[in-house]
Design a protein around this ligand. Structure first.
Ligand code: ASP
Length: 319
């Protein structure tokens, strides 16, 4: 069987050692490990990259620790509106969904769209109607509630502030002593056949208004996969990632300018994004299975596993 690799993130932002208790840090590391195990279980049996990234993201959607699925942030209406996307690097098929309120695992719906020839991106009630066709699990919107997310929202409710979850946590830390950090969930993989895939799922920004959408559901913005180059899943302030078309830009730098994955990721994340004030990061894998976990913020929940050493590596802080 050929080499395979899997990398994940659980959000990037102002995450420092002093902000996490040992217990919370361990909770995150355990959750990241579980996501890696889910993806690895598929890849080690010769499963495909799209299945592995879906499985890894699903684990993070089910965990209240991440801003995706259970634990998604609150919008200005006090509801949860989720979005996500998935892309297959071999076929360039993609599936994206947005404005999801009632589907337990939004990434499972995006996965159905991936194989649908009629469209790539669907939203709101229409998307949920489409989900019925596949008998995906429906839940009440309150299923996604978590006390800490509620606190984050209370700190900015009735203001015009919209916050990246980590910033919202700083606000809660300052005002109310909350200790938890949360984040968007993403995964990239190269399977043993050399095919790439990427998936990203989020609740978006705390207190978001007017049906605001981020990069996580935008193919080319927060998610992209192409066997010729790389698979990318981003996290951070979506507006900057959309304007910079980050995931596709990295692929283009590799395809048209011959940059390595590392060079392309570092240029986009640590130079281009920084110059316009875009905070965040990404997980990436290239067609040789090289992994990059690149961010310009203080931390990023992240992990990786490769068939080379079969060791689960997880990390949170910069060093
Ligand atoms: N990129 C996401 C958004 O803008 C947020 C995040 O990554 O935490 O919706």
């Amino acid at each position: 069987m050929g080499k395979y690799t899997l990398a994940i993130h659980g959000g990037a932002g102002t995450i420092t050692r002093t902000m996490l208790t040992q217990e919370v840090e361990n909770d995150y590391k355990n959750a990241l490990n579980l996501a890696l195990i889910a993806g690895n279980d598929i890849l080690k049996k010769g499963g495909i990259a799209a299945d592995a990234v879906e499985a890894a993201v699903k684990v993070m959607e089910d965990s209240p620790l991440f801003n995706a699925g259970k634990g998604a942030v609150y919008s200005s209406e006090g509801t949860h509106e989720m979005e996500c996307s998935i892309m297959c690097g071999k076929t360039l098929q993609a599936g994206a969904v947005a404005g999801i309120k009632l589907i337990k695992n939004p990434i499972a719906l995006a996965r159905k769209v991936l194989y649908d020839e009629n469209f790539v991106y669907i939203s709101g009630e229409g998307a949920e109607k489409y989900a019925q066709k596949y008998k995906l699990e429906f839940v009440e919107n309150s299923y996604f509630d978590t006390p800490h997310r509620y606190e984050q929202w209370q700190a900015v409710k009735d203001t015009d502030l919209v916050l990246l979850d980590h910033d919202a946590d700083n606000l809660v830390n300052d005002g109310k002593g909350g200790d938890y950090k949360f984040g968007t969930a993403g995964a990239v993989a190269m399977d043993s056949y050399g095919n790439l895939a990427a998936a990203t799922s989020t609740g978006g920004l705390t207190n978001k208004k007017f049906g605001r959408l981020g990069d996580s559901s935008m193919i080319g913005g927060g998610t992209y996969a192409n066997n010729k180059t790389c698979a990318i899943s981003c996290t951070g302030y979506g507006e900057y990632f959309i304007r910079s078309v980050v995931a596709h830009d990295i692929s283009c730098l590799m395809e048209y300018k011959g940059l390595s994955l590392k060079q392309a990721c570092e240029y986009v994340v640590k130079d281009k994004l920084v110059k316009i004030g875009g905070e965040g990061g990404l997980c990436a894998v290239d067609s040789l299975g090289n992994i990059e976990l690149c961010f310009n913020s203080e931390g990023m929940y992240r992990g990786q596993i490769s068939s080379d050493d079969m060791k689960f590596h997880v990390a949170i802080y910069e060093s």
